[in-house]
Design a protein around this ligand. Structure first.
Ligand code: FAD
Length: 217
């Protein structure tokens, strides 16, 4: 897979060795993310909107009410900056100064357009299966009116960068002699036990594709 260009917009200045421009690294970060933040400027005011994210090849898919500011902005072909972030651990150094965070983040730039017809339907399926693989075929699929109420946009990624920190703290050499605990407190996001809807029909249980996905019995 090719790299994204490293240019004046995407070149990481602070700790550039943590930067990456290859699609493999960037797409892994995007694909693991449930949500992103979409930044854009409208009437000279910046907005940053949290929303669900899915990827289709080299494009980002977003969906929402056609009337929302964000969807109208993207449908008009205006540019956006999309970020996704994973916090993997707190990095506790011996000195306060060298405390840090292990993280993986990606910034993507592009401008998109509305999807229609079969492409829109496929993108809705993509979105649903991104939440839980297999859900699209199990749940009732959207009817005409529901599809009409929902806008779906595809945003080809023009430029992108990733920044990743891994590993233990990096203290000043003389501080390694201090009697202070140092290390990493790993953080993970995980599914807990499913909770039945109080209005669930008797006899319906959590399907196997959900149990398998979340790793619960
Ligand atoms: C985890 C998560 C996932 C989401 N996924 C989706 C999605 O897939 N599709 C989708 O359309 N929306 C999603 N949303 C909601 C989204 O953030 C916006 O609220 C929505 O897209 C636009 O709402 P609007 O048209 O009412 O507001 P807009 O016209 O976009 O904004 C009007 C004003 O409402 C306020 N506002 C709007 N959204 C928020 C917010 N989230 N928090 C606080 N204030 C807000 C702001 O002050 C904003 O200026 C998600 C939100 C969260 C937190």
């Amino acid at each position: 897979m090719a790299d994204f260009p490293k240019n004046d917009t995407t070149r990481i200045r602070r700790l550039p060795d943590r930067g990456a421009y290859d699609k493999e690294t960037i797409y892994q970060i995007v694909d693991e993310a449930l949500i992103c933040h979409v930044g854009f400027v409208q009437d000279e005011r910046p907005f940053v909107i949290p929303t669900l994210i899915a990827r289709d090849g080299d494009a980002i898919l977003l969906h929402g009410a056609s009337s929302s500011r964000m969807m109208r902005h993207i449908a008009a072909g205006e540019s956006v900056c999309i970020t996704t972030t994973h916090v993997d651990g707190l990095v506790l150094a011996r000195s306060v100064f060298h405390h840090s965070v292990n993280y993986r983040s990606a910034l993507l730039f592009g401008s998109g357009s509305l999807l229609e017809g079969k492409e829109k339907f496929a993108a809705m399926a993509n979105f649903t299966n991104k939440l839980i693989p297999g859900r699209w075929d199990d749940a009732r699929q959207p009817n005409k009116n529901e599809m009409k109420a929902t806008a779906v946009v595809a945003i080809p990624i023009d430029m992108a960068s990733a920044k990743v920190r891994v590993g233990p703290p990096g203290d000043d050499e003389e501080d390694y002699a201090l009697d202070v605990w140092a290390g990493v407190l790993p953080i993970a996001q995980r599914f807990l036990t499913p909770q039945d809807d109080p209005r669930l029909k008797p006899g319906i249980t959590v399907p196997n594709y959900i149990r398998e996905y979340i790793g619960h019995e």
